[in-house]
Design a protein around this ligand. Sequence first.
Ligand SMILES: [Zn+2]
Length: 296
Amino acid sequence: MEMIYRPNCCICNCKEKSILFSSDFVNPVIWNFLDSYYCHRIDKDILLDQRYEVAKCKKCGFIWQTYILDEQGMKQLYDEWISKEHSLHKKSKAGIDFYFGYAKDVGTISILLKKNPYQIRVLDYGMGWGYWCMMAQAFGYNVHGMELSINRQQFAKVHGINVISNISDLPEPVDYINCDQVMEHIPDPFVSLKEITRFLMPGGIIKITVPDGKRIEKQITSTHWIPAKNAIHPLEHINCFTHKSLVAFAAKADLFPITRPIVSSYKCNILIMFKNIIAKYYLRYFSTSIYFRIIE
Ligand SMILES: [Zn+2]
C-alpha cells in the first residue's frame, strides 16, 4: 500500500504551510493508539516507513494530515479495521437522546425551508447505517441516502431507504443535504463539496457537521501530546476544521451560513429554553455544525 501525499491546503490550495507534527506511524506514541483503537486489526508492516504529518496552512489556517491512505487503504480502514458491529451497535443501542436529537434535526429542515415535509427532498450524504434517513422518512420527507459501504447500504435498504452509491444517481436535485461527520474523512473535501452542491436546489440548505479542531494546534504542538479520537485522529480525521475554516471552505462553494431557528425540545423547562437560545447563536458563530444556504 502506498500513501497519498497532499502537499497543498485542501481549502485554498496554498503551498505555504507549517508542520505542526511529524513522526513515523510506527512511533510508539502513534502506533500504540492505532493498535489499541482498532483492536489489533492493523498489520504494523503496512505502516512501516509511512509518516503521520499534520500541517497548517499559512494563508487560511486549515489543518490537515499530509499523508493519507490510498483508495485500497481507505477501503481496508472502513471495511476491516473499523468494527462494523461496534459501529452499528452505537446507533442501534443508542439512548433516547440520540433519537430525540435526530427528530429535532429533521424537524428543523421544514422550519428552515418554510415548506411541509412532503414538499421537501433531502439527501443524507454519507448516511452510514441510515438512521438519520429513517427518521427523516418517518417525518414524511422524500429521502435519499448516499453511502459507499456495501454492508451499510444493504442495512439501510432493508429498512426502506432509497440508497445511492454515487451522487449522480440522484433522480433530481434536493432541497436539503445532511453532511454529518463526512468532510473530515475524505481525501479532497472541496472537490466533494462542489460536487454535492451541484445537486442542491437554488436557495437549498446544507448542514455540515465536523469535529471541532479549535484546540488541536495547541494540543499537537505540546511536548506531551498523544493521539486521541478527536479532530485529528490519525488515518481517519484527515481534515481538521475550526468554525472559521469551515465557513471559509463553504464560502468557496457559494455557501453562506444561516442561523438555526429555535426548535422546542422534548424536555422543556426554563433552563432548557435558555440553552436553546444560547445554542442558536453558538452554532452560527462558534461551532463546526453549521447550516449554509446556497446562493439562489
Ligand atoms: Zn489554506
